[in-house]
Design a binder for this molecule. Sequence first.
Ligand code: ADP
Length: 636
Amino acid sequence: MADLLLENIYKVYEGGVRAVSDFNLKIADKEFVVFVGPSGCGKSTTLRMIAGLEEITSGSLFIGGSKMNDVEPKDRNIAMVFQNYALYPHMTVFQNMAFGLKLRKVNAKEIEKRVKNAAAILGITDLLARKPKALSGGQRQRVALGRAIVREPNVFLLDEPLSNLDAKLRVQMRAEITKLHKRLATTFIYVTHDQTEAMTMGDRIVVMKDGFIQQVDSPATLYEQPRNVFVATFLGSPQMNIFEANLVEDKGLGIAFGEGHTASFPETKAKQLSDRQYIGERVLFGVRPENIKLASSGIKAKVDVVEHLGSETIIYAEVAGLDSNVIVKIPTDYDIVEGKELFLSFDMDKAHLFDAETKQSIMGVPDVNRVPCSVEGDDLVLNGTRAALPESIRQKFFDFTLRDLSEIRVPATEVRLEPAPDSIHIKAKVDFTVQGNDCIAFYVNSDAKDGYFVFRIKTSYFEKKMEEQGAKSLSKVIPAAGDEMDLYVPFSEITFHGKDGLRLNSREKVSDNTADCVVTTKNGKTTVKLAGNSLVYDDLGVADGDYKIKLISDKIGFVYDKKYAKKNKVEYVPAANAVSAKAYDEDRLGDKNAVFCAVKGFDNYVTAVIPATFSVYKMPVFKLVIGKDSFELIKK
Ligand code: ADP
């Protein structure tokens, strides 16, 4: 099995360049995943961390269930194909492909079998005796792939393998790599900055920007439901039109923009607005060029530039009051010429709205459902729905989680329609559905939450159902408006949050922050003696004796260690009752950071939640300040 799990991965290069931040991704066995984004967004760095060519600064990498952070590249059973696939010029194709196996002392018979097999898969059997200089660019690229195939890896990593080829060859090799993936039935991770490659090759695409994942989805879902303006404009050519508009509600929901133009949303689309507070506000409106048609009336426009591309015509149209042209893509129409006046009509069912500040999508399937909640006894309570909190989840709670908990976040992709262990059961009624290219979004009402609960289910799930039940059509198995549904949300897929959005569950089990101590009071001062540390306070008013000290993770203070402060050029502030801590990991929760560190006297590590401006990867040694409110004393 070659499934991959990347958990909370960060890469900080020496000198402080943060190349990858908080990268979380599950890749299924045999999946084809593409990392795409502009140059410098951290794609190659992530791939190289998977390969083991780059150290992981923090976070965990699992391949086939085993942690790989410290495993040598050669022992990861991974093959990597680069953009610059240096073939050895003095060796034949056969020798080039056999070289790596020879180094690994694979026997000659096995080498021959594997090389011939790979050559057959790639259609280069008759080139085996040639030298690289007698090959075309595409053939050379195939040999480079062959070199990887003969190693029979569990995972193929491909880093822009086609970017040195000319456009025509690129298109051809794109299809070949897709076929190769099917034939080899192995996990592929493919890096490219080319959105067309990403859209045509991947089962799933990971869109990255500035080291952060922007969205992970199937090509169709990314295209139909981009989460933010960046994703919306990065995928698609020509790119989505985005302009400022006022969101208005007159007879129905609509936009007003430019010099007196308006357009209104159909009712089911209007219902998808995430928050009615946007009504009357300035928002960003998005519409793809192919979702604009020419009409006999509507939005008046004048052709500024026109491109006839054979099968289609691209119009760059001026619309009064808009700063930039509106791009329209229509089937070829040679009557369209520069200067011509025409009317545009937007397909509002396929339009998008974004928050003008955050640039996040505000209409359509949300990423997560934010569900207000509380805890009563052993139960998590969501409005009228209850579920017992499993012990495995409680173990990941910080000591302040129950105190601060205000909502859970349920990803729209993590709702199941079949009973699942340790999950929340929600009874729901469908209000309406939205059919996507490869999934269906359900807008349901339930007892768990006011307003819609929204989730997406893959169409393939219903196709299987249809087969199992011998149903005649998909519509017979897909719940429709008014239907009741039983939903199951696994606890393992949700996150717990406080009022300020802070995540309140750790990714790992949290220790209890306790240690043995001896308490004595003399001359108005109480001393708490831990192995290695003595803490002194004004009289705490407790009897002398043996206690357990329990540190409260979010009440612990923090100061830099003197030596490290100097090295990192930050201010050193001495503090009373500061104990040395050596961190081994951290977990970013939002604007706070949970650090897990060793402190003298504590058998287990101590968890302290401190401002996220501090990272243990820059400064692994620091001091925890144990003030009089940072702990409780428990009599033994
Ligand atoms: P991409 O593959 O998306 O083009 P990279 O992963 O190569 O991006 O780079 C991400 C960021 O990390 C960039 O800002 C780049 O300059 C920086 N970077 C890459 N390699 C190194 C390195 N060896 N040392 C320092 N910074 C690096």
